[in-house]
Write a protein that binds this ligand. Structure first.
Ligand code: HEM
Length: 295
């Protein structure tokens, strides 16, 4: 399911959830394709992934272990099916790991090991890009003058605005490392074995790097970013995320001439790690679809 097909279904409704019904559904449908599942599983896959950032009344917190079990239930059948069918490379994410041999022992990975490797990508594709896309369309609606500038040339400007949207609307808040050797960072001594938490959210708002960092400026110069991490563990999904955000924002703006948000019904993530809107109801004013116009 591409963004335009989804908009065709959603726009006539007049009101829908920009985070879940639009971006969430499109990204989840792509996840299904990448992981060899039927697209009909997209809503359930999205729900399973969103459980990682949702309150569970049963345990009075976010139920990470419970969400992990559900995610395994999604992934394991695809892995065992590919193993039985023969991993011919046509489903690269899974086939690549089935055909991989460990460097030391030269052995194949078990289904469990492959599942553990893939869960991060499964969550990444499904859950991450819809959030900045939704926030981006909200930020643009809150700055009508900037929205008009972006609309002037969607093909060029949405790609530029995406960098600012990712700066202010990044989902992953922090990462943690264990120091292997002594280091002094900003005057603070870090000893070997100490845990260090670094905040991408804070780095994206560092006034030494960005002038008026809390302000949304769609075309501000962004020379470097830490929103996808840095070094050895740099996000493997950064290019896919940019593609998703650009596509979701561009297609929405290309087809919707006016829109506003029902913030009374909006729901924010309660996760201390995955930041963003879980539900962001949008009310559609004028829109245009080929062969189906509403003034
Ligand atoms: C808004 C979108 C995204 C953001 C903000 C984001 C952020 C990050 C960050 C900060 C890291 C580094 C974590 C660390 O250093 O410990 C990371 C790693 C990773 N990301 Fe993303 N990500 C996004 C989307 C995606 C997508 C779409 C995928 C799907 C392929 C993905 C898959 C991964 C994986 C597998 C890693 C681990 C890489 C490793 O440890 O070598 N991410 N991501």
């Amino acid at each position: 399911m591409c963004a335009i097909s989804r908009l065709r279904e959603l726009l006539p409704r007049g009101k829908f959830d920009l985070a879940g019904d639009y971006g969430g559904y499109v990204c989840s449908a792509v996840t299904c394709k990448l992981f060899g599942m039927d697209e009909s599983q997209a809503p359930a896959a999205l729900e399973a992934v969103n459980a990682l950032a949702s309150f569970s009344p049963e345990i009075d917190a976010v139920d990470i272990p419970g969400a992990y079990v559900k995610l395994r239930d999604f992934l394991m059948p695809s892995i065992s099916r590919r193993r039985a069918e023969g991993a011919d490379g046509s489903l690269p994410l899974i086939d690549g790991l089935l055909n991989h041999r460990t460097s030391g022992e030269g052995r194949a990975l078990s289904d469990d090991e492959i599942c553990d490797q893939l869960i991060c990508a499964f969550v990444g594709v499904t859950e991450q890009p819809p959030k900045p896309a939704a926030i981006g369309l909200l930020l643009l609606a809150q700055h009508p003058d900037q929205l008009a500038q972006v609309r002037a040339d969607l093909d060029t400007n949405v790609a530029i605005a995406t960098e600012e949207i990712l700066r202010l609307g990044t989902t992953a808040q922090w990462a943690v490392r264990t120091a292997h050797k002594e280091a002094t960072i900003a005057g603070q001594l870090i000893r070997p074995g100490q845990r260090v938490l670094f905040s991408m959210f804070s780095a994206a708002r560092d006034e030494r790097e960005f002038e008026n960092p809390e302000e949304f400026i769609w075309n501000r110069p962004i020379e470097r970013t830490l929103v996808f991490g840095y070094g050895q563990h740099f996000c493997i999904g950064s290019h896919l995320t940019r593609l998703f955000v650009r596509t979701l924002v561009r297609e929405f703006l290309a087809h919707v001439r006016s829109y506003e948000f029902d913030m009374a019904e909006a729901e924010h993530s309660i996760s201390y790690f995955h930041w963003g809107w879980m539900k962001l109801p949008v009310v559609i004013g004028d829109y245009s679809l080929a062969g189906q116009d509403r003034a």
